[in-house]
Structures are given as structure tokens and as C-alpha cells.
Design a protein around this ligand. Structure first.
Ligand SMILES: N[C@@H](CCC(=O)N[C@@H](CS)C(=O)NCC(=O)O)C(=O)O
Length: 213
């Protein structure tokens, strides 16, 4: 059994999608970010960084493993199940998946997250910050679109890199494409990839996890 600490946000959804895809036995423990439960002692004991997602894997054959950082969790679950990440005997294919996973972790999530903060959350609408983070997010999304021009998935076969990226693009699609005319057409390859993922039943189930259930 795996305990999944999560909420209805993109980083949490990456892990619930992977859990649904692999069929691993898991139990959801909602961490209500609006009630600031991520700062409570119970959650901090599992995730000292105070951010979802986190898991406790009880099926290690030994001491249970608490783990935070969505990318690390996805790698762990992929290695545990031997799915959605090529094995060490296929080093080049594996490296490509890890590359796009790192791209999500270091660019897609942080930049779109900051863009959302400065556009929506911040009381003070700072033009420099909005321009900086929205501009960089658009550039990053463009890189994804180019990568998908000749490929159904980010790194060859469907992988944890796609699972990590999808919830962020799904959340950003509407606001980003409504910012400028022609944006949706420009990002046609990305849209087709989104539709491909949305059609997967496990993705739909994973996206629905965490809302206080
Ligand atoms: N790099 C972390 C980021 C986690 C993260 O930012 N989680 C957000 C929700 S998507 C969170 O818990 N925010 C609550 C807070 O900042 O207090 C990961 O990928 O797991």
C-alpha cells in the first residue's frame, strides 16, 4: 500500500496519474492547501518541504519509504513497477525520458507556477514580473510543441515525462491560448498530445483525485 498525500493541483496530479496507470494499491490523504494543512506537523513529518505531493511506500520489503518531490516519486514508482521508464539496459531511451522529466521539473512547473502567481494571485500586478514569467512560460511551451511535432509523446513511448507535463499544460492551456490570437493553432502539436493523454482512462481518473475525497 502507498499513502498519497495530495491535493487538486498539477504536481499532485502527476503522481495520481502514475498510480492509476500502474494500478498500484494506494490510499489518498488529502492535504487541504487552502486550509494550510501542508504546514501542519503531521504532513511535515512526511514532507519537510511542506509541499504536496508526498508518498509513504509501505511495500518496500523493509522500512516504509517516505518520499517527496513529484519527479523523485515518479522515478521511484517507474523503477518499482518497471513501467513508463526504459530500463538501464536501454540507456539512451531512459536518458530521454529523464531529460523531459527534468525539463518539466525545472522549467514547465516553476515558470507556469510563477506566471500564475503574478497574473492571478499577487495583489500587486507587477508588469516586469508578469512579462518575465508569462514570456518564459510561452517559450517553454513552444519548446514542448516543437518536440511533439514529429512524435506522439515527449520521449518516444508514453512515459512519466508525459504524466509530469500534462497536468501543467492542461491547467495553462486556456489562459495561455486566450492571451493572443492564433496561439492555439500555433500549438497544434501540443493540443493533439493533450487530447491523446486526456483520452487515457487512467489519466482521467488520476486528474480527478484529491478533492477532499
Ligand atoms: N517541486 C515540487 C513542487 C511541489 C509544489 O509546489 N506543490 C504545491 C502544489 S502544486 C504546494 O504544495 N503548494 C503549497 C505551498 O506552497 O504552501 C514537486 O514537484 O513536488
Amino acid at each position: 500500500m502507498i499513502d498519497l498525500y495530495t491535493w487538486t493541483t498539477p504536481n499532485g496530479r502527476k503522481v495520481s496519474i502514475m498510480l492509476e496507470e500502474t494500478g498500484l494499491d494506494y490510499h489518498v490523504l488529502p492535504v487541504d492547501l487552502e486550509a494550510n494543512e501542508q504546514a501542519g506537523a503531521e504532513f511535515l513529518a512526511v514532507c519537510p518541504n511542506g509541499k504536496i505531493p508526498a508518498i509513504v511506500d509501505h511495500d518496500t520489503g523493509g522500512t516504509p519509504l517516505p518520499l517527496f518531490e513529484s519527479g523523485a516519486i515518479l522515478l521511484h514508482l517507474a523503477e518499482k513497477t518497471g513501467r513508463f521508464l526504459p530500463g538501464l539496459e536501454r540507456p539512451s531511451e531512459r536518458a530521454r525520458v529523464v531529460q523531459w522529466l527534468m525539463y518539466q521539473m525545472s522549467h514547465v512547473g516553476p515558470m507556469i507556477g510563477q506566471a500564475g502567481h503574478f497574473v492571478n494571485t499577487a495583489e500587486d500586478k507587477i508588469p516586469y514580473a508578469i512579462e518575465r514569467f508569462v514570456g518564459e512560460s510561452m517559450r517553454i511551451v513552444g519548446v514542448l510543441n516543437n518536440a511533439l511535432a514529429d512524435s506522439d509523446y515527449l520521449a518516444g513511448d508514453y512515459s512519466i515525462a508525459d504524466m509530469a507535463t500534462y497536468p501543467w499544460i492542461e491547467a495553462a492551456w486556456e489562459p495561455f491560448t486566450s492571451m493572443s490570437e492564433g496561439k492555439a493553432e500555433e500549438l497544434a502539436a501540443l493540443r493533439a498530445w493533450m487530447d491523446r493523454l486526456a483520452a487515457r482512462p487512467a489519466v482521467a481518473r488520476g486528474m480527478a483525485v484529491g478533492s477532499g475525497n
